[in-house]
Design a binder for this molecule. Structure first.
Ligand code: 8DG
Ligand code: MG
Ligand code: MG
Length: 148
């Protein structure tokens, strides 16, 4: 009612890799409730992608991350609900634990059921829609160099 037209938002989403595993949590948020998703959230004003990735992973799991790298971006227009149009540009990063002995904690239990490590070749179901769509394209977040 304030005359503002909706704007796209930027989200930063993190493939946190450990060996051949990736960290996923089962969402409790209204968007994608019950599905397995990566840690991540919205870019704050003035933040770099790397800063946002580190902050969101820390806020949601308590883990410190390093080797943060940009992977790809997707443009997501959700027009299913006309009263709540949603347009999210998702920036996908990858990272590893800065302190490999740390264990993920569920620090936002209202948004997530729990965090756990899952084999990339044996992902849990149902995956969060946008993540399933990426997996369906054959996208692989792991470094191509087997020596890494
Ligand atoms: P914030 O208030 O902490 O900033 O945001 P959030 O509550 O943590 O946001 P989110 O829904 O977890 O993530 C923002 C958007 O990122 C989400 O609505 C859609 C997009 N997104 C994807 N794929 C994934 C994914 O695998 N995990 C997460 N968390 N978000 C994803 O496109
Ligand atoms: Mg989140
Ligand atoms: Mg968040």
């Amino acid at each position: 009612i304030d005359g503002m037209s909706p704007s796209p938002r930027v989200a930063v989403v993190v493939f946190l890799l450990k060996g051949n595993k990736v960290l996923l949590g089962r969402r409790r948020s209204p968007v994608g409730s019950g599905t397995f998703a990566l840690p991540g959230g919205h870019l704050e004003f003035g933040e770099s992608f790397e800063e946002c990735a580190a902050r969101e992973v820390k806020e949601e799991t308590g883990l410190d991350i390093g080797k943060i790298e940009y992977l790809t971006a997707t443009n997501n227009v959700y027009s299913k609900n006309p009263s709540n149009p949603l347009h999210i540009v998702a920036i996908f990063m990858r990272a590893v634990q800065a302190e490999p002995t740390q264990v993920p904690r569920n620090l936002e239990p209202e948004k997530c059921e729990s965090w756990d490590w899952y084999d990339w070749t044996n992902l849990p179901r149902p995956l969060f829609g946008p993540l399933q769509a990426m997996a369906d394209t054959g996208f692989n977040p792991f470094p191509a160099d087997i020596h890494e």
